[in-house]
Design a binder for this molecule. Sequence first.
Ligand code: PLP
Length: 288
Amino acid sequence: MQTYSINGSLCTPEEAMIPVTDHGFLYGDGVFEGLRFYGKRILKFTAHLNRLVESASAIALPLPLSLEELRESVLKVVEASPLENGYVRLIITRGTGPLGIDPRSCDTGNVIIIAGELKMVSQTVRHQGARLIIASTRRLAADQLDSRIKSLNYLNQIMARIEANEAGADEAVVLNQAGFVAEGTADNIFIVKGGILLTPPVTDCALDGITRNIILDIADKLSIPAEEKSITPFDVFTADECFLTGTGAELIPVREVVGRHIRQAPGPIFQRIEKQFQIELQHDTLFC
Ligand SMILES: Cc1ncc(COP(=O)(O)O)c(C=O)c1O
């Protein structure tokens, strides 16, 4: 059920190939976006394209297609997909080159687009809440690899995910180098304490999540007090509510963190936000 395009042209799964000498494959040298479409409309399309441009510019990667061409290529894949609702992976690689990491030796990058389905957790977890651990793997510091760069190198997150799998948990909370909560392995984290919605600032090594920003806008609209504030594992253990957000994850309530039971999962603030999120998906406001 997947639909593919390479460098702007739709292709069959057999044709959807790039050379093994692409530095995206050899070194994880490239950037990507994960987008969702609902009724063939792409959620926060411009915000995703803007983040892609920023990720590319942070690693000095020239975009092989113009923004308009990228936009059209994604729309073409969504249109060709048999799915009404789905997930899109938009990848820009450094391009093919000789062995050796020097990016100057590479040709123009490749643009790969895949539309399909993505389910991060089961329906049961979505209803009952996820169980989390706190990974011993830490997010890299901003001067090592800034968390705002959505790069093709996800080993840091994968190491944390392996820890979650080994512990039989649904997801891992990842801390930054200073021990503050950064985010999940592929999602942002929110807690509610004393009626206030809190999420770590992106400078605590979180991705500047597009769903995270939608939630902060919704909180504002619903007059739920919200702050971007550093939080520690203690704050999570003692939270009234906790939930995860992401394009892949959507909104997932959390019921347990390293054996500590979160008081309400799903809690009342989560439910209000989730309801408003569903309402907004019926309107055009989120699709621009
Ligand atoms: C590391 C990480 N954090 C957070 C997120 C959530 O960001 P968004 O809401 O933009 O999908 C993702 C999404 O893939 C991610 O990979």
